[in-house]
Design a protein around this ligand. Structure first.
Ligand code: SAH
Ligand code: SF4
Ligand code: F3S
Length: 478
């Protein structure tokens, strides 16, 4: 794995012929990893749409398959090669029927492994890193000429966002959408590959973000989650010069008519600036649910992780956030068994979890990533001990999550209706706290925020009844 670097290479400026004059082709995208990969997969489909590519449900039906990969934990690379083995069989079957299949590997494993992928899997046509997918049409053209594999894993100087079209007009936009505002990371936490795979921290200019948000809303999105590996480090160029922080960006987006809810992820505790905290108090569209990873509750481990804050800094930060927004609920990420983590360090993490009280959290066993400082450190924790700590931590988080959801029963909450429920006559949506909620109601409420009373807490969702169903019905048909 090499450090991010810049290289100058021109992009093809020729635009493809209009979609109508092109044969219909099918595209299947398999997405692993974080929300940013989900967003990227959508944009890759967008840039290929002018070439005639439309979504296919399965790889067997697709003229092009993109495997969008994640490198965050161990065995990522082996998982990719095992999936590629499956795709190879499909490609060969299709070839026997006279049909061509272009196979592309994208995302963070593509960035980290580069030419290693085509060396081990010569049937792969394209390997592209997360910063180059605006060049996909050109890569596809080169792949057709079949002069060997196309590999693009540099960090181009041009911003891919300047080259990305919106989704084709006929494609339905879901009620909720992701929007990448910032990418890359300069924090270099001891354990993490992201600074190597996504490159240096960079923010998109405000104008392009506002335009994209307006486009999403015009197509039906009502809730937008702003994405970034370090989203609260956002510092994009404002329309009239100067750098804007995330708080200011959120205040501006909140003025877009029809954009009812705003969220952002993932944040780093060190970048939680005053203006952003104030936005939680002042912007009603900003949802009272924050994913704020802390990783550990031990100051020793936090220092070893290069997080550059203490457990008490995190406690104080959460106090300030809760002062700004008393109903704020929190979620976090935890790593157990980072090199050097003792039983006492782990207890400090458990104490922090008890002190804060989380609505939800993701937790992982430390997984050594080649090329990162922690992988080369001493004091690796035995696997069985990591298993034990993870189980204990997850039991505590599960109890807190159940408690949080149980407390919702009897509450009146606003639910954004996102689609039909599982049973006929049912609709489903999400609470301000990202809880899945379902209730009886008419399908034409999709895209609306409706007041409900939570009646029951089930394993993975809440059931509710509409408050004033007649009024809700009237609003839906208005
Ligand atoms: N940018 C975010 C998260 C990036 S990765 C942040 O700063 O927190 C998502 C999560 O994966 C991390 O929060 C961390 O908990 C986990 N993770 C990252 N590298 C890991 C590793 N080597 N082993 C185990 N978990 C890891
Ligand atoms: Fe990885 Fe740390 Fe950057 Fe998050 S802040 S992406 S954990 S290096
Ligand atoms: Fe995975 Fe890359 Fe996201 S490593 S978590 S897909 S930034």
């Amino acid at each position: 794995m090499s450090l991010p670097h810049l290289s100058l290479r021109p992009t093809s400026a020729t635009s493809p012929p209009p979609a109508e004059s092109r044969p219909l082709r099918r595209l299947h995208v398999i997405t692993w990893g974080c929300q940013m990969n989900v967003y990227d997969s959508g944009r890759m489909a967008d840039v290929l749409a002018p070439l005639g590519y439309r979504p296919a449900d399965s790889a067997a039906d697709a003229d092009m398959v993109i495997l969008n990969t994640c490198h965050i934990r161990e065995r990522a690379t082996e998982k990719v090669f095992s999936e590629l083995g499956r795709l190879r069989v499909i490609k060969e079957q299709r070839a026997a029927e006279g049909r061509e299949t272009i196979l592309a590997v994208a995302g963070c494993v593509a960035q980290a492994e580069g030419a290693e992928i085509t060396a081990r899997a010569p049937f792969v046509d394209i390997v592209l890193g997360p910063q180059t997918y605006h060049r996909l049409p050109e890569m596809v053209a080169r792949a057709h000429r079949a002069a060997g594999p196309v590999i693009e894993t540099d960090f181009p100087v041009e911003q891919k966002f300047d080259f990305l079209p919106g989704a084709p007009a006929e494609q339905d936009q879901a009620v909720t959408a992701f929007l990448t505002v910032q990418e890359g990371c300069d924090k270099f936490c001891s354990f993490c590959v992201v600074p190597y795979t996504r490159g240096a921290e960079a923010s998109r200019p405000v104008a392009g973000i506002v335009e994209e948000a307006q486009r999403l809303v015009a197509r039906g999105a009502r809730e937008v989650t702003l994405l970034g590996q370090n989203v609260n480090a956002y510092h994009g160029a404002g329309p009239n010069g100067g750098d804007w922080g995330l708080g200011r960006l959120i205040r501006t987006l909140a003025e877009i008519p029809g954009l009812l809810r705003i969220r952002y992820m993932t944040s780093h505790p060190r970048d939680m600036h005053d203006d952003l905290i104030a936005a939680h108090a002042e912007v009603p569209a900003l949802m009272p649910f924050l994913h704020l990873p802390v990783q550990s509750g031990s100051d020793r481990v936090l220092a070893a992780m290069n997080r550059r804050h203490t457990a008490d800094d995190y406690r104080r930060l959460v106090d300030r956030l809760r002062q700004a927004r008393p109903d704020l609920a929190l979620s976090s990420d935890f790593i157990v068994g980072h090199p050097g983590e003792t039983a006492a360090d782990f207890e400090a993490t458990m104490a922090l979890i008890r002190d804060i009280g989380f609505a939800q959290a993701f937790s992982f066993k430390y997984s050594p990533r080649p090329g990162t400082p922690a992988a080369a450190a001493t004091g690796h924790v035995p696997e069985t001990e990591k298993d034990r700590r993870l189980a204990e931590l997850q039991a505590l988080i599960r109890a807190q999550q159940d408690h949080f959801n149980m407390r919702s029963v009897g509450l009146d909450l606003d639910v954004l209706v996102t689609g039909p429920g599982r049973r006929p006559g049912q609709i489903a949506g999400r609470s301000p706290y990202l809880q899945a909620v379902h209730m009886d109601g008419p399908a034409n409420l999709v895209g609306q925020i409706v007041p409900v009373t939570i009646r029951q807490c089930l394993t993975n969702s809440l059931s509710a009844t509409l408050n004033n169903p007649a009024y809700a019905q009237e609003r839906a048909s208005a």
